[in-house]
Design a protein around this ligand. Structure first.
Ligand SMILES: Nc1ncnc2c1ncn2[C@@H]1O[C@H](COP(=O)(O)OP(=O)(O)OP(=O)(O)O)[C@@H](O)[C@H]1O
Ligand SMILES: [Mg+2]
Length: 588
């Protein structure tokens, strides 16, 4: 339960709504307990002079009062919901924003360590469970307290003995309801789990439809789905049984209360000098019924609060996580173009892989450094380190001779254009996907978007689409080819006129001729500004000012293209092999 105390700050923020809500709630309950008294009077009046003029009094005065008070109570109930439930929605909104903001603050390693589904659940399912506590949970609890006080007071005022008799079944009812509703919760959680299993299966089937079809995997997918939906059905059936038990249990116990009230009330009213009237017995029956739902809801609210506490605990875990890397400074930063790695080492904490080992290199302003290396040799890790997705275990990285850890990180990132190895495009128009690259505080028009696309050598493809720049790309840009996606991603990096351009193996999906064209188009950008190019292909990097060859996180060769060829090492080897392949392709 302690986890829920985190929400107190929100109760304080919306204290007026809560306060007003409680006032309305008290009002509603006051009128609620007066109504049975009117009925009681009416019964007694009718009994005394069923044929007298009294029927006018009963019909108009008491009847009118009954209607009026019911209406007023209704108005109070309306406003009670308007304030307390409203408060819960406001808090839900704030909490979601808080979690989302926190997600934005957290770094690369956090996202690597947590599954996307988990992150999504925190912000949707867990928050909605917490909301149930904030709204209905709080409202029913306060309601129960006041209703209980008012009703017991009214009953006691009529007759203490009868009150005690009438209430005997209530604790038993609360206990039974608690049992039944925790069973119901358990089972509905199982149902929900089944349901999300089904959605996962269906979602995977859709996104992997190409693989599924080509492997003729329909029967496999179908049997997997059948299994899951059978389980879903079975679990729902269990829930139906429990649900069916709920109402009869309550009805039985209310019936018991009512019978006791009438029986004991009847006996009492026969006693000499009895103060219990028939009208009182009727009022008691109404009171007992009035207490039923709130008591029944004790069990429901208890399990609701328990679930909210569990959810809030999970949320708190995320909220408490502090980002390993925060922007150390707000000072304006203007990148001049020099980068230096000094004995940098990095080991991935989760896999224990030593991705970079004692690596040093330098890029001077305007220079182009190229990195070549086998898959898994640590090339992408260098880029992550340079953009400070995570910090090196040992060694230092200097930007313009200042430690990377000291400079304004967002300013530095804003001046960098990265084309990552794994292209990600939003489900949005091509134009907006490119414009995403526009640096903060700057803007770009359509012509600039077109220019970027032309440089990335993809504009001619885009104009072929019916809607041109307004073509919406699928969730992962499914309606354009892999090479086209890479080039849209390049345009995104170019549109920000970066002072540092980083290309992480981003031409792997295009043929050598297209690659040549693109590199030619980028020549101006690359010549003027500092650039870092990662590639498997010698052809894309041969013109770089310096090339380093990486193996297992270590630098094994360094120099210009010609120097490395003369060296006759790994680079020369790779070059000769690729040259041979090219010639083979051309001769075909
Ligand atoms: N998030 C991660 N968690 C754990 N290990 C990782 C992670 N990312 C990369 N690695 C490991 O670190 C090593 C270097 O990976 P990196 O991505 O830098 O290679 P790369 O040279 O870019 O390879 P490729 O040419 O295939 O892109 C690899 O052995 C890889 O398995
Ligand atoms: Mg890589």
């Amino acid at each position: 339960m302690k986890s829920l105390s985190y929400l107190n700050k929100y109760f304080i923020r919306y204290k007026w709504l809560l306060f007003l809500g409680i006032i309305f709630l008290i009002g509603a309950n006051l009128f609620n307990v007066i109504i049975p008294l009117i009925v009681s009077d009416a019964v007694d009046d009718m009994e005394q002079s069923i044929s007298g003029d009294n029927w006018m009094h009963v019909a108009f005065y008491l009847g009118g009062m009954y209607i009026l008070f019911s209406l007023i109570k209704g108005v109070f109930v309306f406003f009670q919901r308007q304030t307390i439930i409203k408060m819960s929605r406001h808090i839900e909104f704030d909490l979601k924003n808080e979690i989302y903001t926190q997600y934005q603050r957290l770094n690369y390693n956090f996202y690597k360590a947590n599954a996307t589904g988990d992150l999504m659940n925190r912000i949707s399912e867990d928050v909605s469970k917490v909301r149930m506590y904030l709204g209905p949970g709080v409202m029913y609890t306060i309601n129960l307290v006041f209703l209980f006080i008012f009703v017991i007071y009214s009953m006691m005022k009529i007759n203490v003995e009868l009150t005690l008799y009438a209430l005997t079944p209530l604790p038993l009812m609360s206990f039974m309801v608690y049992k039944v509703s925790s069973r119901m919760n358990r089972q509905s959680e199982q149902v929900q789990r089944s349901q999300s299993e089904i959605s996962t299966i269906v979602q995977e089937t859709f996104s992997g439809i190409a693989v599924l079809k080509t492997y003729a995997g329909e029967p496999k997918a179908k049997s997997k789905f059948n299994l899951a939906s059978n389980q879903y059905l079975q679990r729902n059936m269990n829930l139906v049984i429990t649900n069916s038990l709920f109402m009869p249990t309550i009805t039985f116990l209310i019936g018991l209360s009512t019978i006791i009230t009438i029986y004991v009330g009847g006996l009492l009213s026969y006693e000499a000098q009895s103060t219990v009237t028939n009208g009182n017995i009727v009022a008691f029956v109404i009171y007992v019924n009035m207490l039923t739902w709130p008591f029944a809801s004790v069990g429901w609210v208890t399990s609701l609060v328990q679930r909210a506490a569990a959810s809030q605990e999970r949320i708190n875990e995320f909220l408490k996580a502090s980002p390993e890397i925060v922007n150390p400074s707000d000072e304006p930063f203007n990148f001049q173009g020099s980068i230096r790695f000094e004995n940098v080492s990095y080991r991935f904490p989760n896999s224990g892989i030593q991705a970079i080992e004692n690596l040093s290199f330098e890029i001077k302003p305007g220079e182009t450094l190229a990195i070549l290396g086998r898959t898994g040799s640590g090339k992408s890790t260098i880029i992550h380190l340079l953009l400070r997705q995570f910090d090196p275990d040992e060694g230092m990285i200097y930007i313009d001779e200042a430690p990377l850890n000291n400079i304004n990180l967002s300013a530095f990132r804003n001046q960098t254009g990265v084309v990552p190895q794994e292209v990600f495009l939003f489900s949005d128009t091509i134009e907006n996907n490119v414009k995403f690259g526009v640096a903060e505080n700057e803007s770009a028009n359509r012509v600039q978007v077109e220019e970027a696309l032309i440089k990335a050598h993809v504009y001619h493809n885009v104009t072929n689409f019916k809607k041109g720049l307004d073509t919406i790309l699928g969730e992962r840009g499914v309606n354009i080819s892999g090479g086209q996606k890479q080039r849209v991603s390049i345009a995104r990096a170019l549109i920000r006129n970066p002072k540092l351009l980083i290309l992480d193996d981003c031409l792997s999906a295009v043929d050598t001729e297209t690659e040549e064209t693109i590199l030619n188009n980028l020549k101006n950008q690359i010549d003027k500004n500092t650039s870092l190019i990662v590639s498997h292909r010698v052809s894309s990097i041969r013109h770089a000012d310096r090339i380093i060859v990486l193996d297992n996180g270590k630098k094994i060769e360094e120099g210009k293209h010609d120097e490395l060829l003369a060296l006759g090492g790994v680079y020369a080897d790779v070059y000769n092999k690729q040259l041979l392949e090219e010639q083979k392709k051309k001769s075909l």
